[in-house]
Design a protein around this ligand. Structure first.
Ligand SMILES: Cc1cc2nc3c(=O)[nH]c(=O)nc-3n(C[C@H](O)[C@H](O)[C@H](O)COP(=O)(O)OP(=O)(O)OC[C@H]3O[C@@H](n4cnc5c(N)ncnc54)[C@H](O)[C@@H]3O)c2cc1C
Length: 382
């Protein structure tokens, strides 16, 4: 029996795996797909997200952006800039493959599973039934994204909202662009983005509501208007799990992290930071639940939870839910603030963007962003 099974090998899953492996836990990672694989994501890594990686990902960075052009409506753009990078651009498939290689090198077993059929929490362990096998573990982390099957099977009352994002690439010989662009001229609650990535531009549409087919048409029309082309490459869309700040994403020995827990923010749709942060929090919660004193007979539990110890113990592995709740308290506060800000921005876009266009506000914002702060840290001066 493995110590921890993690379903989903995206940023949340690999972040949790890395920290658990560092503490001597055995980890089995399951994913629906073999890697490398396509994942809809613009690959914008903010400084706060970059700081969370336990390994160096600088070789994956295609471009660093030190300025952001904001277009409230055509002809009224303003630029936010900083001497330090505001965002690092990667190709998402490269990041996922790199992270998976890192955790495999550290000892994770990786397996492609067609279908998760059932998850049952027994008295002493968890049973995960896939289409062709039964896997037993002490703990389970659901890191399987916005449409999480783990959430649906184990947390049926945890409602996660979904924003929608669609992206595509446009080839360019030489990108003269060094600025990211957020264009709020889109009708409805959302924006278009343009991210420079060296030999191509990544363009996309983020929407807090909307139908994928409709959004795809809007994206093609936008490309036509801005670049005179409708030849978009690699068009992909996927929901982003948001609104999870209202729930407790842990019950028994099953913890949800990243988009599966609704930990994307719904202001701009950033999810990688929260996926890494909550994946690491889930790992910490499991480690701290297994510290000495956690067992009923006070015999203690070694720092390194080897399967053999758990197998031979007459007791079940302790519950990490309370520790996880403590670990994610700040994440939830941050996500609430993003939620409130999204309400302001998309309900009163002209007013909110006018405010942001004032140098006093956007210089503060750019500095906080470049320093790797969350909205909560910027607004509450944490
Ligand atoms: C178009 C688009 C652009 C985006 N751009 C950005 C950006 O620039 N910056 C940013 O920070 N965020 C961005 N996001 C959000 C970001 O991609 C997500 O928030 C982030 O990937 C969440 O990470 P995760 O590990 O929780 O889930 P995911 O990255 O979704 O990973 C989930 C993993 O679980 C696997 N899985 C799913 N279902 C199953 C199953 N049933 N069984 C087994 N495995 C399964 C998947 O194959 C995947 O590997 C964007 C999202 C979209 C859709």
């Amino acid at each position: 029996m493995v110590d921890v099974v993690i379903i989903g090998a995206g940023p949340a899953g690999t972040a949790a795996a890395f920290d658990l492996l560092s503490r001597g836990f055995s980890v089995q990672l399951l994913d629906k797909y073999a890697f490398p694989k396509k994942k809809a994501c613009a690959g914008g890594i903010t400084p706060k997200a970059l700081a969370l990686f336990r390994y160096d990902i600088s070789s994956l960075i295609r471009q660093e952006c030190r300025s952001i052009k904001i277009c409230p409506q055509p002809g009224r753009a303003f630029v936010i800039q900083n001497k330090n990078p505001l965002c690092h651009m990667v190709q998402r498939w490269e990041l996922d493959l790199f992270s998976l290689n890192m955790v495999q090198r550290k000892g994770a077993q990786f397996q492609v599973v067609k279908k998760i059929v059932s998850i049952e929490e027994k008295k002493l362990h968890i049973e995960i039934r896939t289409s062709d096998q039964l896997i037993k573990s002490c703990y389970l982390i659901g890191a399987d994204g916005a449409n999480s099957i783990v959430r649906r099977l184990t947390h049926p009352f945890c409602r996660v909202n979904r924003s929608l994002a669609l992206e595509a690439d446009i080839r360019v010989d030489h990108s003269e662009r060094h600025s990211m662009e957020f264009d709020f001229s889109m009708p409805g609650r959302g924006y278009f983005w343009i991210f420079p990535k060296g030999n191509h531009l990544n363009i996309g549409i983020y929407s807090t509501t909307g139908h994928p087919a409709l959004k795809q048409r809007q994206l093609v029309e936008y490309a036509q208007k801005r670049f005179g082309t409708d030849r978009l490459q690699a068009v992909k869309g996927y929901p982003i799990g948001v609104g999870g700040y209202a729930h407790c994403p842990g019950s028994g020995r099953v913890l949800l992290s990243g988009d599966a827990a609704g930990f994307g923010e719904n202001l701009l749709g950033e999810g990688i930071y929260f996926a890494l942060k909550s994946g690491q929090a889930a790992a910490r919660a499991i480690v701290s639940a297994c510290t000495p004193g956690a067992f009923p007979d006070n015999s203690g539990f070694p720092d390194n939870v080897a399967s053999s110890v758990i197998d031979s113990s007459p007791y079940a592995a302790p519950f990490p839910g309370a520790a996880y709740d403590r670990e994610i308290k700040k994440i939830r506060t941050d996500l609430r603030l993003y939620h409130l800000s999204a309400k302001c921005l998309y309900s009163f876009p002209s007013f909110s963007l006018k405010l942001l266009s004032l140098p006093f506000f956007h210089k503060k914002f750019a500095q906080g962003y470049a320093d790797g702060k969350t909205l909560g840290q910027m607004l509450l001066c944490r």
